[in-house]
Design a protein around this ligand. Structure first.
Ligand code: PMT
Length: 215
């Protein structure tokens, strides 16, 4: 299969030296990209800034902002058989990027933020993608319910949900504990290293892709 994987955080600039971002290290997405490559698939990894090495045998497309990730996915998804969205994309960016460093002035500073494009939400409709679509859901409450809403709204075949309020898993950890949310059922996997979970998730996605091809 040809597989597109998104990973890492995005950075949304405020001025030449400051940006809004999040705690994503990229470890989950890079583990997925490595596991797909090890299973013999052709992988394009679209990644925000991380300190990780690009896994062997993986094509790499670095981006910085949500808008750049949107454009990269839009350009490449048409030739993919499957896509896995593990990136933690900023939902909002500063409405304006100051040309110069913002000077300290009053006691408070109000930022105006505007929505970024919903990349996963554009894949089925706007980009016309008919391959196997897998999203992640980073939740702090009602994990299964919120993940199922994402599955339905975004037209995913699978949403991999993690409770990012739990210490020791999720953002910037080597470990994760995920709930697999399929259209007809859910399955909880025990906590494990991300690089052990990834091959298990790849086998699940291979099965979904085979089902899609056969239907
Ligand atoms: O990178 P690590 O440190 O290893 O951490 C892993 C992780 C916690 C980041 C990962 O397991 C994870 O949960 N990734 C999704 C994070 C997220 O932003 O979730 P969300 O519930 O806000 O978004 C739902 C889905 O929509 C995700 O697949 C996300 O990639 C996608 N999305 C979100 C916003 C946006 N503008 N465009 C998107 O495509």
């Amino acid at each position: 299969m040809r597989v597109l994987v998104t990973a890492g955080p995005t950075r949304e600039a405020l001025d030449p030296v400051r940006y809004l971002t999040n705690r994503s290290s990229g470890k989950m997405g890079y583990a997925m990209a490595a596991a797909f490559a090890e299973a013999g698939h052709r992988v394009l990894l679209v990644s925000g800034p991380t300190v990780l090495d690009v896994p062997d045998g993986v094509d790499f497309l670095p981006i910085e902002t949500a808008e750049e990730m949107f454009e990269a996915v839009k350009r490449h998804i048409g030739r993919m058989d499957a896509a896995v969205f593990a990136a933690a994309v900023a939902d909002y960016r500063p409405a304006a990027v100051s040309e110069h460093k913002i000077k300290k002035s009053g006691e408070t500073l109000t930022l105006e933020l505007v929505k970024t494009p919903d990349i996963l939400g554009s894949v089925r409709g706007d980009f016309g993608f008919t391959g196997t679509l897998v999203g992640f859901a980073a939740e702090t409450q009602d994990l299964a319910t919120n993940a199922r809403i994402k599955l339905q709204k975004k037209g995913c075949d699978l949403v991999i949900a993690n409770d990012v309020s739990k210490p020791g898993i999720g953002f910037d950890s080597d470990r994760n504990e995920v709930l697999l949310v399929f259209p007809e059922h859910t399955e909880a996997l025990p906590e494990d290293e991300k690089h052990h979970l990834a091959p298990r998730l790849v086998r699940e996605i291979e099965r979904l892709a085979a089902e899609r091809a056969g239907s």
